[in-house]
Design a protein. Structure first.
Length: 1074
């Protein structure tokens, strides 16, 4: 195919395309015309792919086009994946279209030509390299000057990896002379550069029709011998000749020579069409050796400048700069060429850094609804700093400081431009988000009000409650969508904008409700009139039948009514008196959520979390080291994704660090727990905290919210704990209350608290057996109760202090992590810094918790967390069946606990009248509030018809000889309780005995929970078994115990008392923390 000049509009396929042409200029060197659009179209497919450029220079009509055609044919086969391209070439025999070759003396083309498409070759390691083929036309003939020759050869040297210098018969001195200008450039590069790489990569002198093989044999071996001799300086040579020889050796990484034999007579005929079979066998053999070595994909080096790789986009810039330089008044000197080369390299690096900046910026802004200006500025500063560091690192081997500074300045201006563009886009996003949130808020309010009003007309206070609820839903919705923006003012701003619309809707809805209410009232009035008429008729019939009240019955009814009226007066008076003497609150200190309430004015009153108007407060605590601020509740939970908030502290209360359950939880918690003298402490930055301190902050928050709500100081409180809490855990909870500034009136079992609230509805004489099933955020309790006439008897308790909603979250989290690892081979719990892992787990856990709630309303959910690794998202679908399956073991545990408790209460499922389901609800603190009222002042008189009989959840006893657990107070004994058991000395002349107190059900003492140890001294010496010792255990109504040991023979004069001090904190620590 003939070479086709092209202006860039229509690039011919599979043909050589001219990219540089010569234009004659009067009285000066020819001017180069660069077809930029043409080269751009060819290079765009390999814009960011490493290059290897092969160019060929030499006089016309000396076999260059034939050689280039062979090269393009072989590269086409390599690109198609053919194993042996040379054999394929011989089988095809006829060369496919390539560079047009024709024997004769007249040249056909001039300038610089490139094959119309790059060849993408695969290497064994899977990487790709793009090969470009360049041809020079018009060198070493009488139509072009030596300066023209220099420009063509110079472009080849400056842009190519491999330059093939095509010569006929031998190498003349002027062959080397034309390289001289560019050798000066190369030497200057070596002098000023800071890298070891040479400025040019490979030069091959290809000598055709070699006719003295007896002196230097054909091929690379003879060529090597020839070029070594040719480049050897001779004292008789001119100074420039010696200089250029030394420069060639210094400036090229490889300088080789290959000697080709004559191709045969058929090849030099004018009608030779490229049949391989018509070529001389020796020529073909040597040509194959040359091609195998030249076109091996695994040995092709990528083009580099100043040690930095050249991609497609960089080659375009190089051509443009060098052509502009050659078009100056005179040929550029070596220094100018070096500066151009360095400038092109710096611009290429700048472009690479800028592209990386843009990529990271887009990644950070992806799926972000809106980013605050300060946060966007911070992101820009961070990314621009990284970009500058990347630029400095990539240019550390380039010594031209001024040039580097100028290019970096241009790069920074471009980054600033990208920031301003992103800033404008971000402002538009914010405006769109505001409009969308305003509309969604109005829609939520309208839909909820319509739904409530459609059921039946509302009374005024009901309408007001509905309005408040609807507004709270709107606020919650806006807070949810604004929370991740980390802009505290944005939520308030949107809420302020939407409020006038809500007020207008309220007016409209109230008008409709009043109209409906009036209509309904008219209907009801008519019904009442009808019923009264029927009643009068029935009463007349009853009188006629003689069924009227007797005087005695009428007197009894009157007395009963008077008694009830008087009792109501006494109760009201007691309530007013209690309101004056002080208030006690009930607190449910939950694993995931906590709440509080108060019993006053004859009813339960829930206390909302300040600023959020919710009756539950998340049990989350956030410590901000930068300003020593402690954040508790919903605000801490909202920020838990960005900051390492603490939760689940209840599970650590009074546990040892090496407890297996503690170690199991640590693996899934997104905060760090350390070992402090065998006790667990939560580490936040450089500070550490006891679990009691975390619980104390939650209790302090609940107390403060109560004081704001009740408008008075609150000191007294009753705190609920799981029924299966040990004595030490109950004492630790009491200590946490003391640290929070509370006077803890009592510790109440959570199921018992629920039972108190339940019993308010049943104070009649009918006896009811009730199961309290309490599945909370972190604990599970069950109590079997007998309730009659306000009397509550706890018949049996059971539970698991390590089972609850958090375990379901953990199961979902673990399932998602395993699915991600199965899909991508990456364990998200390892491989990064602790802070990154913790932040990642916090985010996924937060999403799991939200989707778990969604499973109660839909059959399946998808847990989606974006960018859990720099290039991967997590997406795991979970159905209700899968959720039930992954938590089936936990569900079965609760059923087993219920069965065991029923058996211990000597009841069957048929004996149960009611089952009360508790967990994550507000009924538990209601029960605690009733108990608090019973403990404070004359309020106890108001609730005098309710009494409580609780039981010990675990057996209590001491260790005896042989590590035997001797039970003194059995499990499910009514509390408060005091029981004594007698023991004797176990050795002769024993004067001292160590008493170890345990709780649990194992017959081996040390397998149970050790509560305390003390020594009893002063035992009179004597034979084994003579001295008797009474050990008394006293359990109060809160389940907290005291132990006493007394020597019988001393007449009771020797008595040792032990108070329960089994909590993690000492009295000194409690005083310091309070």
């Amino acid at each position: 195919m003939a070479a086709v000049p092209c202006d860039g509009e229509n690039i011919a396929k599979d043909s050589p395309i001219q990219i540089v042409d010569f234009q004659s200029v009067q009285n000066r060197t020819s001017k180069l015309k660069f077809m930029k659009r043409v080269l751009t179209g060819i290079l765009e497919p390999i814009w960011d792919i490493p290059l290897h450029v092969i160019s060929i220079a030499g006089a016309s009509r000396q076999g260059k086009s034939f050689l280039l055609t062979v090269i393009t044919n072989l590269l086409t086969s390599l690109e198609l994946g053919i194993d042996d391209p040379w054999r394929q070439l011989l089988q095809d025999d006829q060369l496919r279209d390539g560079f047009k070759f024709q024997n004769g003396v007249n040249r056909l083309t001039v300038g610089f030509w490139i094959w119309s498409k790059p060849f993408l070759l695969k290497r064994r390691d899977g990487s790709e390299i793009a090969v470009l083929i360049l041809d020079t036309q018009g060198v070493f003939d009488h139509f072009t000057t030596k300066q023209d020759w220099s420009m063509i050869v110079g472009l080849s040297l400056l842009t190519s990896n491999t330059v093939i210098y095509n010569l006929m018969n031998n190498m003349q001195e002027d062959t080397l002379t034309v390289l001289n200008t560019f050798m000066e450039f190369g030497m200057l590069s070596l002098q000023e550069g800071d890298i070891e790489a040479k400025p040019f990569q490979r030069l091959i002198f290809l000598i055709r029709d070699w006719n003295i093989p007896q002196s230097f044999p054909y091929g690379a071996v003879g060529g090597h011998q020839f070029i070594q001799q040719k480049l050897e300086p001779n004292p008789s040579m001119a100074r420039d000749s010696i200089s250029v020889r030394a420069s060639i050796k210094s400036c090229f990484e490889e300088c080789e020579c290959f000697l080709l034999p004559h191709p045969g007579q058929r090849a030099i005929q004018n009608n030779f069409a490229g049949k391989m079979s018509e070529l001389d066998d020796n020529f073909k053999s040597q040509l194959k050796i040359l091609m195998d070595e030249l076109l091996n994909p695994d040995t092709l080096k990528q083009r580099e400048i100043q040690g930095n790789p050249v991609m497609g986009r960089n080659l375009l810039d190089l051509f443009e700069k060098f052509v502009a330089a050659f078009n100056s008044i005179k040929l550029p000197d070596a220094k100018s060429l070096l500066e151009l080369t360095v400038e092109a390299s710096l611009e290429a690096i700048s472009k690479q850094c800028t592209d990386q900046f843009q990529k990271e910026l887009e990644k950070s802004m992806k799926d972000v609804e809106y980013m605050q200006v300060d946060e966007l500025k911070g992101l820009f500063n961070q990314l621009s700093q990284q970009t500058v560091q990347q630029f400095e690192q990539m240019t550390q081997n380039i010594s031209q400081a001024k040039l580097k500074k100028r290019i970096m300045g241009i790069m920074m201006n471009e980054l600033i431009g990208k920031y301003h563009k992103e800033h404008e886009t971000n402002k538009a996003k914010k405006s769109q988000l505001e409009d969308a949130l305003l509309q969604s808020g109005k829609d939520i309010f309208s839909n909820l009000m319509i739904q409530l009003l459609s059921q039946c007309p509302l009374l005024p206070h009901q309408f007001e409650e509905a309005r408040v609820e609807a507004e709270q839903k709107v606020s919650d919705h806006l807070r949810t969508h604004c929370g991740h923006l980390r802009d505290d003012n944005f939520h308030a701003k949107i809420l302020a904008k939407v409020r006038p619309d809500l007020i207008a809707m309220v007016t409209e809805f109230k008008s409709k409700n009043n109209a409906n209410f009036a209509q309904q009232q008219a209907v009801i009035s008519q019904v009442v009139i009808t019923l009264l008429d029927e009643y009068r008729n029935l009463l007349h019939i009853a009188k006629m039948a003689g069924n009227a009240f007797t005087r005695t019955r009428l007197q009894e009814e009157l007395d009963e009514s008077l008694e009830m009226a008087f009792k109501r007066y006494v109760d009201l008076n007691d309530i007013r008196h209690t309101d004056l003497t002080g208030i006690a609150i009930g607190i449910d200190l939950g694993t995931t959520y906590s709440c509080s309430s108060v019993y006053r004015s004859g009813k339960i009153e829930m206390i909302p979390e300040r600023n959020y108007h919710r009756f539950t407060t998340p049990s989350n605590v956030l410590f901000k080291e930068e300003n020593n601020e402690i954040v508790v509740g919903q605000t801490a939970k909202d920020q838990s994704i960005e900051h390492p908030g603490n939760f689940d502290a209840k599970r650590l209360i009074s546990r040892k660090f090496d407890d297996p359950l503690t170690q199991k939880d640590i693996k899934l918690w997104p905060f760090k727990v350390i070992n402090y003298n065998g006790k667990p402490k939560i580490q936040v930055g450089s500070n550490t905290y006891f679990p009691e301190q975390i619980s104390a902050e939650i209790l302090k928050k609940l107390r403060q919210d109560a004081e704001v709500h009740l408008n008075c100081t609150v000191k007294d409180a009753v705190i609920t704990v799981p029924a299966y809490f040990s004595d030490s855990q109950k004492q630790a909870t009491k200590d946490a209350g003391e640290v929070a500034g509370l006077n803890v009136l009592g510790i109440l079992n959570e199921p018992t608290a629920a039972a108190i609230a339940y019993s308010l509805s049943y104070t009649d004489e009918l006896k009811r057996n009730v199961v309290i099933y309490d599945l909370g955020g972190g604990t599970f309790d069950v109590s079997i109760l007998a309730i009659q006439k306000g009397e509550i008897e706890v018949k049996a308790v059971g539970g698991n202090n390590h089972l609850g909603g958090q375990d379901f979250d953990n199961a979902m989290l673990d399932h998602c992590l395993k699915e991600f690892q199965l899909k991508h081979g990456i364990d998200l719990r390892t491989g990064d810094r602790d802070t990154i892992i913790q932040g990642r787990l916090r985010r996924i856990r937060h999403i799991c918790e939200k989707e778990k709630i969604g499973l109660s309303e839909t059959s399946s959910v998808t847990v989606i967390a974006e960018a859990v690794t720099p290039d991967k998202n997590l997406s795991v679908a979970i159905t209700q069946d899968q959720f039930n399956e992954m938590n089936n073991a936990s569900f079965l545990v609760t059923i087993d606990v219920v069965k065991k408790a029923l058996a211990e209460a000597h009841l069957t499922p048929d004996d149960i009248d009611d089952v009360v389901l508790v967990g994550g609800s507000i009924r538990i603190p209601k029960g605690a509030a009733i108990y608090a009222a019973m403990q404070s002042g004359s309020q106890a008189r108001l609730l005098g018809h309710i009494s409580l009989s609780d039981v010990a959840p675990l057996s209590l006893g001491i260790e005896t000889l042989g590590d035997v657990f001797s039970i003194i107070i059995p499990k499910n004994s009514k509390v408060p309780a005091t029981k004594t058991k007698q023991y004797t000395t176990s050795t002769n002349n024993q004067t001292e005995v160590t008493i170890k107190v345990f709780e649990g059900e194992d017959k081996v003492a040390t397998e149970n929970n050790l509560l305390g140890t003390f020594s009893l001294t002063g035992i009179p010496p004597g034979p084994v078994g003579r001295e008797k010792i009474d050990v008394t255990i006293d359990v109060n109504k809160e389940g907290i115990l005291n132990v006493t040991a007394k020597i019988i023979s001393t007449g009771g004069n020797k008595e040792v008392r032990i108070d329960s001090q089994r909590t993690n904190l000492t009295r000194e620590e409690i005083a310091r923390l309070a």
